[in-house]
Design a protein around this ligand. Structure first.
Ligand SMILES: *[C@@H]1O[C@H](CO)[C@@H](O)[C@H](O)[C@H]1NC(C)=O
Ligand SMILES: *[C@@H]1O[C@H](CO)[C@@H](O)[C@H](O)[C@H]1NC(C)=O
Ligand SMILES: *[C@@H]1O[C@H](CO)[C@@H](O)[C@H](O)[C@H]1NC(C)=O
Ligand SMILES: *[C@@H]1O[C@H](CO)[C@@H](O)[C@H](O)[C@H]1NC(C)=O
Ligand SMILES: *[C@@H]1O[C@H](CO)[C@@H](O)[C@H](O)[C@H]1NC(C)=O
Ligand SMILES: *[C@@H]1O[C@H](CO)[C@@H](O)[C@H](O)[C@H]1NC(C)=O
Ligand SMILES: *[C@@H]1O[C@H](CO)[C@@H](O)[C@H](O)[C@H]1NC(C)=O
Ligand SMILES: *[C@@H]1O[C@H](CO)[C@@H](O)[C@H](O)[C@H]1NC(C)=O
Ligand SMILES: *[C@@H]1O[C@H](CO)[C@@H](O)[C@H](O)[C@H]1NC(C)=O
Length: 521
């Protein structure tokens, strides 16, 4: 059995090499209408050819003409272009001397490439959006935002090239953005690229590579899982029972089994040789019931590992600390505080509560806890409002990735929680807009033994007053000595739509959930 498996594997690997050896081609993710990474980085270009031949790659366009040549080694050629400023269109030609063949890619632009990864909330398409028809109608007005999507593939081995392409590099059209549910094109990815383009005013290339229902382990290398004490293994992703109205969507690819690293192998590893600006990520639901307590390690470790691998794969052209944005989980179950969402939200930040932080440098986070959607036709786990999520991600990208100084991208975060005789005051790092303050959004841990792990030790307390940058909550009915910690928005579904208690001063960015120790005077 094992021998025949090995045999068939060797045979298929052999036939792939054999059948493609002579033919000059670009790798699967180079094509007409593509975006290559602009200056100051250099774009890496590679493909397949005849071993021993020479491939000459030439770029011609409005500003620059350049020629590079590369030997074909083991059936692969690869070259790094000179830096090219944003713009286009360019033609990129590869010619192989032994066969006198050449291929030309047309309408190639230079701009910033962003990778979009994660699970179904990233796969969620533009046509599923709340204002889908308006968004689709606008698609063709953004010909400089280009899209590409990898097909869904798994592999037990690291692949050199993608095994399939769902959407080849294209200018956006209503048809391509409005594919059937959870196919193409990702709403969060598209909106991120489109909003970013409105700021950058130069081409943006979006590379979607995501799969619904997938745990972080499937997207991670064995080496990064080992750093978190995990062995490569089968992951059985299980969810709590879905709301009845959304059974079919909810179950789509969700109660599935995933082997560690299979999506890293097939859908990330092949892309390492491309120069990129950064990545955005919307995932975590599939880890609410699987390796949940390790997510504070596995997620930051995956980011570190991807950064190292993309840097190496591009010969240093992709930054070693490339910016990485992510969406903090939204909501799923209205009356289920214990379904793991609150822990994953916290773990997404390596338990800091905000991003970037000491552990997760050069990251940014879009908070989504305040856009719950009980009526989503795709199940409440898939809120239809992705506009706010993408808008918040773009604020983070502008501040963190593009260094814009005056862009506020983080909601208020507490610097201190202090108990005096009759109140607990929580001071924030910026001015706040406290809107809905008569509810029980804050909880205080009352525990003689300083054990806040038990739910029964947490008592809800009302906000009784708020000021420019602080709120005051009442003291729970327990001894001052036993008051140890405060937490905020610590359930799956704490607020209704855009109605969490605390936002930043312009009212657009909610304070994320947090848990912190209470100091005593
Ligand atoms: C193609 O280039 C290779 C490597 O430079 C060289 O060895 C070979 O002779 C060339 N073949 C032809 C037909 O020009
Ligand atoms: C042309 O190429 C040079 C060097 O390769 C680079 O410094 C310059 O920015 C390029 N100009 C444009 C307009 O792309
Ligand atoms: C390639 O083209 C050149 C010039 O047209 C010719 O001399 C040569 O024989 C051709 N080589 C092959 C392998 O077809
Ligand atoms: C949807 O469109 C309406 C009308 O243009 C607008 O008021 C609303 O804010 C949009 N919703 C989102 C989530 O963008
Ligand atoms: C579910 O998986 C199948 C095949 O594995 C794939 O064809 C389909 O598109 C996936 N659906 C989603 C929502 O990811
Ligand atoms: C991750 O969270 C778990 C569970 O809360 C905790 O025991 C562990 O110390 C945390 N690890 C890291 C690296 O923060
Ligand atoms: C792409 O990068 C990986 C990782 O550095 C490397 O193993 C692989 O050989 C590269 N592939 C090509 C075609 O350069
Ligand atoms: C940021 O805002 C301040 C005050 O409004 C202004 O003086 C400064 O020039 C702005 N900086 C940038 C980089 O826009
Ligand atoms: C407790 O703190 C609140 C808010 O800062 C303040 O109004 C009150 O006077 C304080 N009480 C004592 C006894 O310090």
């Amino acid at each position: 059995m094992l021998i025949s498996l090995i045999f068939s594997f060797v045979l298929s690997a052999f036939s792939i090499v054999f059948s493609t050896a002579e033919v000059l081609r670009f790798s699967s993710y180079y094509g007409d209408h593509m975006v290559l990474q602009k200056a100051p980085a250099k774009a890496v270009v590679w493909g397949f050819g005849q071993t021993g031949a020479k491939v000459v790659v030439s770029l011609s366009g409005p500003h620059n003409v350049s020629t590079h040549s590369a030997p074909v080694i083991n059936g692969i050629w690869r070259t790094t272009l000179d830096p090219v400023e944003a713009g286009g269109p360019y033609m990129l030609t590869a010619s192989q001397n032994t066969t006198n063949s050449s291929i030309t890619l047309k309408d190639v632009l230079f701009g910033d490439i962003w990778l979009c990864g994660g699970q179904s909330n990233m796969a969620f398409t533009v046509s599923q959006l709340i204002n889908a028809s308006e968004e689709l109608a606008m698609a063709s007005k953004f010909p400089d935002v280009r899209i590409f999507q990898a097909a869904l593939e798994k592999s037990e081995e690291e692949l050199i090239d993608l095994a399939g392409v769902e959407v080849p590099w294209s200018r956006p059209t209503a048809e391509l953005l409005g594919g059937k549910d959870f196919t193409h094109f990702s709403a969060v990815c598209w909106l991120f690229g489109r909003y970013l383009y409105e700021t950058l005013k130069y081409p943006v290339g979006l590379v979607e590579t995501c799969w619904g229902g997938t745990p972080v382990e499937a997207w991670s290398t064995p080496r990064s899982l080992h750093k978190c004490g995990l062995k490569s293994s089968m992951t059985s992703v299980r969810y709590r029972p879905p709301p009845a109205q959304s059974q079919s969507y909810y179950l789509m690819n969700i109660s599935s089994t995933w082997r560690s690293s299979v999506l890293w192998n097939a859908m990330i590893h092949p892309l390492l040789n491309m120069t990129i600006t950064g990545a955005i990520w919307y995932q975590g639901e599939a880890n609410t019931g699987y390796n949940r307590d390790e997510y504070n390690c596995t997620f930051p470790a995956m980011i570190d590992d991807w950064r190292m691998a993309f840097h190496e794969g591009s010969d240093g052209q992709t930054a070693l600390d490339f910016p990485f944005g992510f969406v903090q989980l939204s909501t799923d179950h209205e009356n289920d505080p214990l379904d793991g969402f609150r822990e994953i939200r916290w773990h997404q930040t390596a338990d800091y509560g905000f991003a970037p932080n000491e552990r997760m440098k050069n990251t940014f986070m879009a908070v989504a806890i305040d856009v719950p959607d009980i009526k989503s036709p795709w199940g409440s786990i898939h809120p239809e409002d992705k506009e706010d999520v993408a808008y918040r991600l773009v604020l983070g990208a502008r501040a963190v990735a593009y260094g814009e100084k005056n862009v506020s991208f983080q909601g208020p975060f507490p610097t201190q929680a202090m108990l005096n005789q009759s109140f607990i005051s929580i001071v924030f790092n910026q001015d706040i807009n406290a809107i809905f303050f008569n509810d029980y959004f804050f909880e205080i841990c009352c525990s003689k033994d300083n054990i806040c792990g038990s739910e029964k030790n947490w008592l809800p307390v009302p906000i009784i007053k708020h000021g420019l940058n602080y709120v005051i909550v009442s003291k729970p009915p327990c001894a001052a000595a036993s008051i140890t910690a405060v937490r905020y928005l610590w359930t799956d579904w704490p607020c209704q739509f855009k109605a969490c208690p605390i936002y930043n001063s312009n009212g657009l960015l909610p304070a994320p959930p947090f848990i912190m120790a209470i100091t005593k005077p």
